[in-house]
Design a protein. Sequence first.
Length: 197
Amino acid sequence: MSPVVPLKQLKPKKIPDLLQLRIELTWIKPKIWRRIVVPESITLGNLHHVLQRAFNWSDYHLHEFDIDGERFGIPDPEFDWEPVRSEKRIQLKSALRGLTSFKYIYDFGDHWEHRIKVEKKLLGDPELSHCALCLGGANAAPPEDVGGAPGYADFVFAIADPNHPEHQQMREWYGDSFNPTHFDDIALSLALQDLKI
């Protein structure tokens, strides 16, 4: 009879803690913001995808994270005059190094700057270890390519006034009616639920 060899015991995988983030678009009144919960182990690349869904962006443009002066994104040697670290494998908790605020810039033409604040750290939850959750928010995100904060202000003004000379043109450009105060947290939660991170 051969001797019994004990099996190597595997350590249980640690469930990552969660971070509650408040993300706010700068330079716009009334404020456009979202509150989401993500695992602290999320990569910056996956956080980018969460932010795209949270603000209903379509990922047409370049982006970057600015964390304490260090830039993370998708390096492009032909475009970047300053080095950008790849976001692909950098976890949010590692990039933050204890900091509680940072920036996300989307679309360098429109320059949508998002101010992100870590509001609190929560105990890990196995149900949320690979997804994001929306806790709330306010106001509709601006449409893609509207022209940044000034263009968005013009767009809202024109689309709200049927007598504005650019009203019809803006409706045709946007393709639908637009309510700047609309925010659907249930739809966003479902969109985030489908995104595996």
